[in-house]
Design a protein around this ligand. Sequence first.
Ligand SMILES: [Zn+2]
Length: 196
Amino acid sequence: MEGTPISGPESGAERPILLLGDPRLRIRSEEVVDFEQPEFRGACAGLAATLASFRARHGFGRAISAPQIGVALRLIAVNLGDGPRFVVNPRVTARSAESFTMWDDCMSFPGLLVRLRRDRSVTLRYHDETGIECEWPRMELAASELLQHEIDHLDGVLAIDRAIDRDAIVLREVFERRKAELSKQVDYMIGDPTKS
Ligand SMILES: [Zn+2]
């Protein structure tokens, strides 16, 4: 992807991640207009630190949105294994005709898995953290589903809202027990290259 890597986690303090039921997860976040604004700069540092800490503790976690730390700005921190980057004011400008199903999870309800449908590929226009306009064309599937999840957060939409049917929300401990069976219900499993 484009955009410059940001400074390390030492540049901000970890913030608590809001959990399901907190009304701040349901707010539609505002566009970032002033890239020098202290609230925005602080949110960038806080998001990067929070993502790094979650990854260190849990061994997973590829992205987090500003609303998840209580900041109602259209800002996402992403780490696909090559260091954290920021996606600001993202807009989906194209979608593939093809979609797929998967079991999704979320740092705001780490105990749940949700079966839902996402577009196989999207093209994104966004700003980096300095305000430069960037494009992320025709994302591959793993980045595509991740960014669709995070952009939903900016609109106050959660993965549970997209549950395909009444059997599509499962407790993680049950999911782990029934994984072989439940994986057959979807086209793609996060982190499983044999099921993409
Ligand atoms: Zn989430």
